[in-house]
Design a protein. Structure first.
Length: 205
């Protein structure tokens, strides 16, 4: 099982937000977005918002800069999505585009010039360094979003809230007996573990 953190710092805050809705497959997201379905666009942003937002934070940018990059990536995604030939490449495309915009923002802040080739090489390196980490984080988000609503809520309460709630409050929130919380917790974590194994999730070192 992954070690879910209780006190997310600035770099991981976006990773640990509560997954609100079950995820759609990327094939369905891309197909329905291209068809102009607003629900699909909302689902796409819900699925990948934390992935996009976490990359600037991991690169030392402020939350304000991360929000600006997020908006820029969404605008580019809206225009470029119809050109995406392989829906399976969506997360990789988002990582690359977001990393590129992070590099560009760093370059503007430092006020230095570089050639397009230099920028492309730096972006590729940046994306490569972050690829494994952000992909594993996304697998964790997807696995949690695939759980039942009760399991999603329980995992959010137990691992993502600070300070932690007493089991009595957890039971009241779930509408179950206090003595059932531990059993339900075990079931939910086992389902999460199975889902992560199926997605070939690898615990970061």
């Amino acid at each position: 099982m992954p070690k879910l953190q209780r006190r997310p710092d600035q770099q991981t805050a976006a990773v640990l937000e509560k997954p609100a809705t079950p995820h759609w497959t990327d094939e369905k997201l891309v197909r329905d977005c291209v068809a102009g379905k607003e629900e699909a666009w909302n689902a796409l942003l819900e699925k990948y918002k934390n992935l996009i937002f976490s990359i600037p934070l991991k690169n030392g940018l402020s939350r304000e800069d991360a929000a600006e990059i997020f908006q820029a990536v969404c605008a580019e995604l809206l225009s470029e999505l119809p050109k995406l030939r392989d829906p399976q490449a969506l997360s990789g495309w988002l990582i690359k585009v977001t990393s590129h915009k992070c590099f560009h923002m760093h370059r503007q802040a430092q006020r230095f010039d570089c050639s397009e080739a230099t920028e492309e090489a730096a972006t590729e390196t940046l994306a490569e360094d972050l690829l494994i980490e952000v992909e594993q984080e996304q697998k964790l988000r997807n696995a949690i979003s695939n759980l039942s609503p009760r399991c999603r809520e329980l995992i959010h309460i137990l691992f993502y809230e600070e300070p932690p709630r007493p089991y009595k409050e957890v039971a009241e929130s779930l509408g179950v007996a206090v003595g059932s919380v531990g059993f339900i917790r075990g079931q939910c974590l086992e389902k999460l573990r199975t889902s992560l194994e199926d997605s070939e999730f690898k615990q970061p070192a």
